[in-house]
Design a protein around this ligand. Structure first.
Ligand code: G3I
Length: 462
């Protein structure tokens, strides 16, 4: 009996020791929590959320209006919370907040979690924030539109996307929904729904709308690809489409990419369905039809652009684009040139960009940096967004904005970023690029928090 008691006592002591040891060990290594995206965002608050941390008894929540937590929102400086979420209240509408948490138990407090950024809905009524891109740009002696590529589904009133768009951007381009394939479902049949939502959003929020794109070989609807009529009838179908779209949006869309990417990387005309069926004059025909439709609708201010990519690093392509421009200028058919600028953290160089855009300045064209993003991982050699690439990207955005801002006023139009959050980017899904790795190419992270690239943009305006 005695032995049994001693054995029980020993195992009990071991058990206590194990608990305290585990307890002490766990306490010693109290893990850092992971803060999650907020829920229930409204005009005066949101629900902050985070993951469970083993051995924790509570969490300390910080909420601030600055990413560095220099100042705390009253009542949210290490506010102790026992749940895995907290409804934060008493905030201002239309304002950006940041939150983070630490785990806590009797003897330990963990490190800080990641920082989550959130923008409350509604309008703040507070003066425009100088760190908003369009606010700072509009204060320039010669301002220009700050553009964003959008999808109709993102334009939900009061969403963080909607608030940031209204706060920081003065122009929008449809990333996909104003192209021929989503709009033209059959000859003479048009689905305006998504495109109308985008155009109405711009028009009702005082945001410029750039139309992208009337004719592009990668946006041909099936019915036109399979069109069995004659070449002349094919051309009439294209004319009918351009006329219908330009007329539908007359006075609502300020500019159109009439033709996109008609030049091949080898400097010859790209071998597209349009070239094959309409002949080498097809670009001029498309611009003429757009101009005629605009004028017939009374939209004599519509700006017509040609849009392409990689002309800064490919002289054969650059030369061919400018020969097309000359041809269009001869007919008074072109107003502007779109430089897509899907760039990388090392290329194109400043000198290459200057050479390219200065040729457009010399021809008196409006210049649209139309699809700016800056890949930091084109060779897939990093798996996390390193400091070195973060700073290189910041400098490259700053350089691009400085170059654009230095243009003569007459040549400025818009500088458009091709997507809002890094995870909104087209890059991982591009079959052309065939680069599925992460590239962190944009100005906001997946939580809508501004990145150093956003700071680089702002510094480029100084
Ligand atoms: O919305 C439909 C969805 O309903 C459908 O179920 C799904 C599957 O087919 O497709 C969805 O549409 C996709 C669309 O993006 C919206 O996300 C299309 O498949 C997809 O092809 C389209 O990709 C766009 C691409 O152009 C082709 O239009 C990219 O978002 C867009 O970033 C990219 O942008 C181009 C510029 O227009 C021209 N310069 C190059 C640039 C990058 O390729």
């Amino acid at each position: 009996m005695k032995i049994k008691f001693l054995l029980m006592l020993t195992s009990f002591v071991f058990f206590l020791n194990a608990c305290s040891k585990d307890g002490n060990e766990a306490a010693a290594n109290l893990e850092t929590p992971v803060a999650n995206a907020p829920k229930e965002v409204n005009d005066n608050g949101f629900k902050a959320k985070w993951n469970y941390v083993s051995q924790s008894k509570s969490y300390l929540l910080d909420v601030s209006t600055t990413e560095n937590f220099a100042a705390f929102v009253p009542n949210y400086n290490a506010k102790e919370v026992t749940d895995l979420n907290e409804v934060v209240v008493g905030l201002t509408g239309g304002t950006q907040y940041y939150y983070r948490v630490r785990a806590k138990n009797e003897t330990q407090i963990s490190d800080y979690s990641n920082v989550i950024s959130v923008v409350t809905t509604g309008s703040s009524g507070i003066p425009e924030d100088p760190t908003f891109l369009k606010v700072k740009t509009n204060k320039l002696a010669n301002p220009f539109f700050v553009g964003m590529a959008v999808k109709a589904s993102q334009l939900t009133g009061g969403s963080p996307y909607d608030i940031i768009l209204k706060n920081e951007f003065s122009s929008i381009s449809a990333e996909y929904e104003m192209k021929m394939d989503p709009i033209s479902t059959a000859s003479g049949v048009y689905n305006w729904t998504a495109a109308d939502k985008i155009v109405t959003y711009g028009n009702s929020n005082g945001i410029n709308v750039h139309g992208h794109a009337l004719v592009w070989h990668n946006a041909v609807p099936a019915w036109l690809k399979d069109f069995s009529g004659t070449d002349a009838e094919f051309a009439l179908e294209v004319k009918k489409y351009i006329t219908a779209v330009v007329t539908h949006y007359a006075g609502k869309v300020k500019s159109w990419d009439v033709v996109n990417e008609a030049v091949d990387d080898n400097g010859s005309m790209r071998n597209t369905l349009f070239l094959n069926r309409m002949g080498p004059n097809y670009i001029k025909d498309c611009f003429q039809w757009a101009r005629n439709a605009a004028n017939a609708a009374g939209d004599t201010n519509l700006l017509l652009f040609y849009n392409d990519y990689a002309t800064s690093t490919n002289m054969a392509k650059q030369d061919k684009v400018f020969s097309i421009v000359d041809d269009l200028k001869a007919g008074n058919l072109i107003d502007g040139l779109g430089f897509q600028m899907h760039n990388k953290y090392l290329t194109p160089t400043k000198a290459q960009i200057e050479t390219d855009i200065n040729r457009a300045v010399a021809k008196g064209l409006k210049i649209h940096v139309s699809e700016l993003d800056i890949q930091v991982n084109p060779s897939n050699d990093i798996s996390t967004f390193t400091n070195e690439r973060r700073l290189a990207q910041k400098e490259k955005y700053k350089e691009m904005v400085q170059l654009y801002n230095a243009l003569p006023a007459a040549n400025k139009y818009a500088l458009t970023i091709w997507g809002m959050r890094d995870n909104d980017s087209w890059i991982p899904y591009s079959t052309e690029l065939n680069h599925t790795g992460n590239d962190w190419p944009l100005l906001y992270d997946s939580n809508f928090a501004v990145k150093s690239s956003h700071t680089g943009f702002l510094e480029g305006l100084d």
